[in-house]
Structures are given as structure tokens and as C-alpha cells.
Design a protein around this ligand. Structure first.
Ligand code: SF4
Ligand code: SF4
Length: 417
């Protein structure tokens, strides 16, 4: 069980008013406006740089697996995400379902979220500071009637959010900065689950809007909902899967009982650790102190935090010839496979800061966070256990390959960063 606290751990770092963020300031909207290089140019560059040399982790089949994993997300953005109502084929007539208590409703809805595919789920009262103030280029293009620059309005009767985390494959993340297909598959999983959960809530007689990365900042909502804390790398750290998660949420008017936030000990641990900053090839993550001064147009002020530089990050994706990177997730000491010893260490971090420096050194000494490229890692994850050996054995490049075998493709520091 995670240690529950009354207030989210970011609250003690709030220094002033936090303004709602304009979605046009996200790096994705900037890419859509041509201000930075976007996904297609990264794919083109990746194929040009890597595929001809047949390097594992950068092959055409890696790109194909990665981009194909987005298929459901792409369809749902154009049809169901960010929308209050669906064109249903079926309906359940009658008044909204009555619950004994908000607690009962919360339990039911969170169970449904897990049923549809979430790894974990939490509930928070909707803090409207986390809603985007306006539509930006990236998401408005998918929603009929929304134009970039239009105010983003979620009516006041939407009082709660159900926030869901989706674990990505551990072995797949180890490939970074090679191509990581599980990130894109995660987009589809989060979209599918959000639209399914929204429909479930509507079938109970309440209103619901499903949302992926659009409409609101998912990380503070997830912190409020007790799923984890934000780390130095600007990513949610959960107790169960560390930062190896994707997020989606559903806004609703169903009266729910909010979960309490958690204090995992992340804030103090990040002050000591700094591994994500050290291994970020783009130097997009600061290794110094927190600041409440925005470092780029894509940052917000009002709270002391480590201000990352998304433009540097995005540019590295292009220079690396990939459509992503997860070095900051791969090297984070919270990114571990399930295991009793890791759970005990995380429990220790939550109770005391005294062992943090030693634990970071141990993490390095055990070689955690190194790059490992296996062929078609998803086969190992999703096929039934009895078939895994044969399936992986038939794949090329069966053996794990360490970063040292491919130094030119995986610098721990990017050139010119
Ligand atoms: S370049 Fe890679 S390691 Fe650095 S912030 Fe971006 S994703 Fe993380
Ligand atoms: S790598 Fe270390 S400093 Fe970075 S987020 Fe993880 S725990 Fe915090």
C-alpha cells in the first residue's frame, strides 16, 4: 500500500497562481505549426540513418510495429475522444443509477477501469487549474467545431476525474533510445480504455468525457488522484511501475469519493538521484535545483519544479532518427520489474531519506537502467508463457544486446546538446 497524505506533494512547492495552460504551447502543437520538426521527419530521418545499416532497434519493422500500435488511438481521436456524447447503437433507458455512497460509485468505476485495461485507477475532484485554457493545433484538428485558439470549456457540473495509468513493457523501455513500440501501443490502450469507461458511466446515467493527453494536464490530475508523484524528469512516478506508465482520464458529473494523494518519497529522492538528467542525451532535464521560472514557452510557472525543455527533447528524437526516446524512464531507479526486493526498497524510500544516496549508488552498481535491445520484445510480453521460448527463438537477434555493442547509435549524451 502506498502512504496516503492529505495534500499532494507538489503543494508545498506552489509559489504563486498557476495559470491554465494554452495547448498551443505544447511541443506537439508547435510541431504541427512547423516551429519544430515533427514525427514524419523523425521517421524519414530514422529510416535514412539506420535501416540501411540494419541496426537492431532502428529497423523498418521496429518503426512499423511502433506506428501501427497507434492505430486505435488515431481512430478514436477522430471519433470519440474529447466528446461528451457518442452515437450509440444501444442505450439503457431510465433514471441515473443510485448509489449507496460516493465510495460505492468510486469502487465500481475504478473496477471498470481495470476491467477495460488500466493498470491502476484513481479518482480526484477536478482541479480546474489543470484544464487547458484553449485548444491548440494538435488536438483541435481532431474535434469538429474546435479551432486552435478557441477556449476549452468543460462545464462546471463535471466535478470529478477518473485518472488511469497504463504500464508499458519493461523490456521494451530498455531499448531506448532505440525505437520503443510500447509507447505508441500505450496511446491506443489509454484511448480505448478512456472511451470505454466514459461509455460505461453514460450507461449508468451520468455524463462523461474521455480524454487522452488532450484537454488537461494528466500528470497533476494523476497526482491528485493518488496514482503517484511527479519526478525530476517531469513524468509521473507510480509505486507499482515507476515512470513506465501512460495516462488517460475521464471527466464526469457522477458523484465520486476522491482518493487521497500519495507521498512515495520521490521529491527527496530526486534531489539526490539526478540519473535522468545525467542520461538525457538532449540535456533537456536540469540537474540543478527546482525553479518556478518557465524555461521555455512550454513550461508553466507558479510552482517550484524541475523545468524540462521539450524542444531539446523533441529535437533529439529527430537527430536520433526515432519517434521517441525513454532514456529518462529507462534509467530512473523507480523503473523496475515487479519484485519483492524492489518493493522493499520503495517502502524504505517512503519512510526515510537517509538511504537515498546509497540506493542511487547501488542502482548504478547493479547495472540497472542500462540499454538492452531484444528483438520484437512484445512477443515476449504478450504471447502466453508456454509459447514464449519458441516465439523469441525464431526471431532474429535473439540475444540481448547491450549499449556497448552499438555505441554510435546510443550515446549517453547527444552531440551538440
Ligand atoms: S531526450 Fe530522452 S531522456 Fe531526454 S527528456 Fe527527452 S525522452 Fe527523456
Ligand atoms: S531518475 Fe532519479 S532524479 Fe530522475 S526522476 Fe527518477 S528518481 Fe528522480
Amino acid at each position: 500500500m502506498s502512504p496516503r497524505v492529505r495534500n499532494p506533494t507538489y503543494e508545498k512547492y506552489v509559489t504563486g497562481p498557476i495559470e491554465r495552460f494554452h495547448e498551443s504551447r505544447t511541443i506537439y502543437s508547435m510541431a504541427d505549426r512547423g516551429e519544430v520538426r515533427g514525427f514524419q521527419s523523425a521517421v524519414d530521418r530514422g529510416l535514412e540513418l539506420k535501416a540501411a545499416r540494419r541496426q537492431p532497434g532502428f529497423l523498418r519493422e521496429d518503426f512499423a510495429l511502433c506506428l501501427a500500435g497507434r492505430t486505435v488511438d488515431t481512430l478514436l481521436r477522430d471519433t470519440l475522444l474529447c466528446r461528451e456524447s457518442q452515437k450509440r447503437r444501444w442505450t439503457i433507458p431510465g433514471d441515473p443509477m443510485e448509489f449507496d455512497s460516493p465510495s460505492t460509485a468510486s469502487t465500481l468505476v475504478k473496477r471498470a477501469a481495470l476491467w477495460f485495461g488500466a493498470s491502476s485507477a484513481g479518482v480526484t475532484r477536478l482541479d480546474r487549474r489543470w484544464l487547458y485554457s484553449h485548444w491548440g493545433d494538435h488536438y483541435a484538428q481532431h474535434v469538429e467545431g474546435a479551432e486552435p485558439g478557441d477556449p476549452l470549456v468543460i462545464p462546471d457540473h463535471y466535478t470529478h476525474a477518473v485518472v488511469m495509468a497504463f504500464a508499458m513493457d519493461f523490456a521494451d523501455i530498455q531499448r531506448s533510445p532505440g525505437i520503443i513500440p510500447s509507447t505508441d501501443l500505450g496511446y491506443s490502450q489509454q484511448a480505448y480504455t478512456a472511451v470505454s469507461l466514459a461509455e460505461y458511466i453514460r450507461m449508468l446515467g451520468y455524463k462523461a468525457i474521455p480524454s487522452g493527453n488532450d484537454m488537461a494536464l494528466s500528470i497533476p490530475l494523476a497526482v491528485d488522484a493518488g496514482l503517484g508523484e511527479m519526478g525530476r524528469h517531469g513524468i509521473l512516478i507510480t509505486r507499482e511501475h515507476g515512470p513506465r506508465v501512460r495516462l488517460s482520464k475521464v471527466f464526469t458529473d457522477l458523484p465520486l469519493l476522491p482518493d487521497q494523494p500519495v507521498d512515495l518519497g520521490v521529491q527527496a529522492f530526486c534531489e539526490t538521484c539526478k540519473k535522468c538528467a545525467k542520461y538525457c542525451p538532449a540535456r533537456a532535464i536540469p540537474d540543478g535545483d527546482r525553479s518556478d521560472r518557465p524555461r521555455t514557452p512550454s513550461n508553466n510557472g507558479g510552482v517550484l519544479k524541475w523545468q524540462i525543455d521539450p524542444a531539446r527533447c523533441f529535437d533529439w528524437w529527430y537527430r536520433n532518427g526515432t519517434v521517441g526516446c525513454a532514456n529518462c524512464i529507462r534509467t530512473c531507479p523507480w523503473n523496475k520489474p515487479k519484485g519483492l526486493s524492489h518493493s522493499l526498497v520503495h517502502g524504505l524510500i517512503a519512510r526515510t531519506t537517509g538511504a537515498n544516496a546509497a540506493l542511487v549508488k547501488l542502482d548504478d552498481a547493479f547495472g540497472y537502467g542500462r540499454q538492452v535491445i531484444r528483438a520484437t520484445p512484445t512477443l515476449g510480453t504478450y504471447l502466453p508463457a508456454w509459447s514464449r521460448r519458441g516465439a523469441v527463438a525464431r526471431a532474429p537477434n535473439e540475444d540481448a544486446t547491450s549499449v556497448s555493442d552499438y555505441p554510435e547509435q546510443s550515446p549517453e549524451r547527444g552531440e551538440g546538446a
